[in-house]
Design a protein around this ligand. Sequence first.
Ligand code: AMP
Length: 191
Amino acid sequence: MKHIILFGPPGSGKGTQAQKLIEKYRLYHISTGDLFRAEIAASSPLGLQAQDFMNKGILVPDEVTLGMLRNKLNSLKDVNGIIYDGFPRTIAQAEALDHMLNENNECINALISLEVTDDEIVHRIMLRGQTSGRADDLDESIIRKRMDEYRSKTSSVFNYYKQMNVTHQVKGIGTVEEIFDNLCAVMDRIA
Ligand code: AMP
């Protein structure tokens, strides 16, 4: 079973590309952002816990995120592999994920990083905000906060996996199809 992390800052196209990758490679998509939004829509206790952090553009605490992820992984049966989108976002999350996978003699096979510039990110997220219905996509100060969180807490996750020799960098600028082709070239090498 393959475990692939699709990595990159908010707005780098992870969600869009993950959808295409799961279709082509028959994988299961885990987006912690989507899981949180579903919990919020259901007004669950977990959703209520996460909501405040998300509205401010800051990361939900690791113990809350990890509890949710663990439940999700335990509920999966007969999947070929998983694409993680928006997770892990801290070194502690990465260590916890590795630990969970190692318990089943599995590991992260690849981390693929979408490389996009800051200006492109703000532009893309503001554009997405017009249709996504996400409050955190509409306010430039919250978008900047999410980028700060990425820089201060998430970007080091790349180096964590680089030490394990599983990282790949892909140009994340171009049309959706061009970027997808760049990703598939890596996926086909690790398949
Ligand atoms: P996303 O949909 O991936 O952009 O995530 C939206 C928001 O959900 C983030 O700004 C965080 O507040 C929260 N979130 C999603 N995934 C995580 C995670 N792995 N760790 C902590 N917070 C997360």
